[in-house]
Design a protein around this ligand. Sequence first.
Ligand code: PEP
Ligand code: MN
Length: 265
Amino acid sequence: MELELEKLQLPSDNERPYVIAGPCSAETEEQVMTTARQLAGKGCHIFRAGVWKPRTKPGGFEGNGETALPWMARVKEETGMLIATEVATPEHVELALKYGVDILWVGARTSANPFAMQALADSLRGTDVPVLVKNPVNPDLELWIGALERINQAGIKRLGAIHRGFSSYDKKIYRNLPTWQIPIELHRRIPELPIFCDPSHIGGSRELVAPLCQQAMDLGFDGLIVESHCEPDKAWSDAKQQVTPDVLDYILSLLVVRDETVTTE
Ligand code: PEP
Ligand code: MN
């Protein structure tokens, strides 16, 4: 099946990369606002923060839920950045849109579940919010494409994919194995679909963010979604992989972005 797509209509539509940055989780209003002001000061246009956090095991911080949505709205109002958050249920979609969230993303645990994806797709019908779909936790390209198709069939044409790596028992270097041939094949199958790379969840460590960003650019990815926190060591989730807005700015300043890609068709 062909996807019916339109341009994302986001800042950087005409130059690579799109950059989405912000903390793994919206922890407190102060943490959200401090991080957002620092990122906006570095020229970032799109702010991410998880409001609902799907945790592997119970007992971790599961997000502030609706309480955090006015903080996100304040980020938009004060800094002018667009705001993005993860949605996993129709209720999340309804609340996120009510508070003016500009971009929704679907997490890797949700995109692995066709029933959850269909429920999300049905709740998006009649809206035209851009939706980014992360790859499922398992390396299954068809499941990823199926998730994108469900959202597209609900009438969402501003669609993108996020490569965040694949869960594996092998944790020697990466938290989630990049297995680049899968997003490369996705691009071959759906060339007009923008693909973002999430170096934070692939690498799982600060040191890997810069080389993974560069690798994504060399492979022709369209955008980056990077976790950035005003005080990474104190983060309530994913502390090891978050970088300060200062460090993120430095990483982006070193990126070499060429028109041609190093992959061969
Ligand atoms: C996240 O973006 O913070 C997140 C939970 O990601 P993933 O769905 O890729 O694990
Ligand atoms: Mn995270």
